[in-house]
Design a protein around this ligand. Sequence first.
Ligand code: ZN
Length: 495
Amino acid sequence: MRRLTGLPTRFAIAISTACLLAACSDRPVPADRDQSPVASTLVALVGGTLIDGTGGAPVNDAVVLIDGDRIQCAGSSSDCGVADSARLIDVSGRWITPGIVDAHVHYDQTAWGDGRPDALDVRSLYPFEAVEFRQRTMPERYFRAYLCSGVTATFDVGGFPWTWTLRERVRGDTFAPHVAVAGPFISHVSPPKWVLPAERRVIELNDEESGRAGVRYLAANHTDAVKVWFLKPSAEMREQLDARLYAVGDEARTYGVQMLVHATTLREAKVALRAGARVLVHSVQDEAVDEEFIGLLTDPAREVIYMPTLVVRSGYVKMYESVLTGEPPPEVDDPNRCVDQDTLAKIAQSAESGQFGRFDRERLDAYADRAAKAYELMVGNLMAVHEAGATIAMGTDAGNPLTVTGPSIHAEMEAMQAAGMPAMDVIAAATLNGARAMQRESEIGTVEAGKIADLLVLGADPSQDVANFRQLEAVVRGGRFHTQVSLQRPERGVD
Ligand SMILES: [Zn+2]
């Protein structure tokens, strides 16, 4: 008789002390982390409903067979025979999905003004060099917050050169998400407040050759992407900047590195696509997209990915509102206790930061008004490109003020659904398509045989409503089983 791990009460409680999967394999696990031995590395999740991320219909009474860090079989119970040696985990009444991919994050930003002195200059309280030292040396709280929220892979699309080192740091670590990194981004705009004495976020795009040199530097660092911050140029600079972006795109092609472009204006987004952008990391938000744009975006030869990032701007509005009024910002939407205390304390400090504010009431209202108008355009554009068949990936832009690492995925996915995307399409955007943006779809993004065992166990059906990703009960990362409760922030102290 095979042993069935029952779930008499709450799933999380039933398996809270069990070491079930990769922790029991012979793969290295950080020494300070608990491992308990079990007999077999073969584990079968049985009885749940599988949404595998490929876009296919949910499979009832599914089996997901996991061997070490890999999925051996995923499908109906007739597709996947379970060996006698497998340990069974009963997930009946629950849903299994791939781990979420947040395809637009910034590990060098803090979710408050201390990481963005250009937005809220609190450097007299929190010197930027010290903030960045902490970002670099203590990413574990973010790794935990990601897994705690169901995010098993992240794409850092621009930051200080040290962000590349996170890739090595998480390799083989089943307590961290996968990390792909773009490194410093190329731009004609370089905010002086971002510059540290020996480090910079921006490679200055002063001419075509500096753009090409930037690509060569990024390629030499084995970057996962070349990111261009293509802010709207002045009318007289347009042609020059177009030429510089074409040069960057050309050099990136030469070196075989994908190009990501921040271009939030329709004209610049089209230039980006013509220059060879593979990913647009934001919505077009200055006007409605047109046929020409949609034609470029959905051209099968280009395989472009569109990331709406609908919610990030609202975080700025909330922070500025709190700074201006002295009222605390709205409570952080963190249904599963994932965000670390330090980040929460910083966000709350907005209300005491009046002396650092840069808005009066009239200017802030105008800013909020522009954000609201942009939101309407983003929603309309998302549905236009979705209906045209564009590939859409979910990204939060986490690290920006009040866009917290981890649970920000909920607001973003729910906003995509509210815009009109069916839940199953939002799920594909937040799993397989994010993996495509990272160029890791052969390894992650779906629950399929051969892929890395990154998956979620949910207590409610996400194909009916993506808000059910809030009902997270367990996270499997690289075959290691984590109860959601075990990933929550510590009651006190710094993690
Ligand atoms: Zn960003």
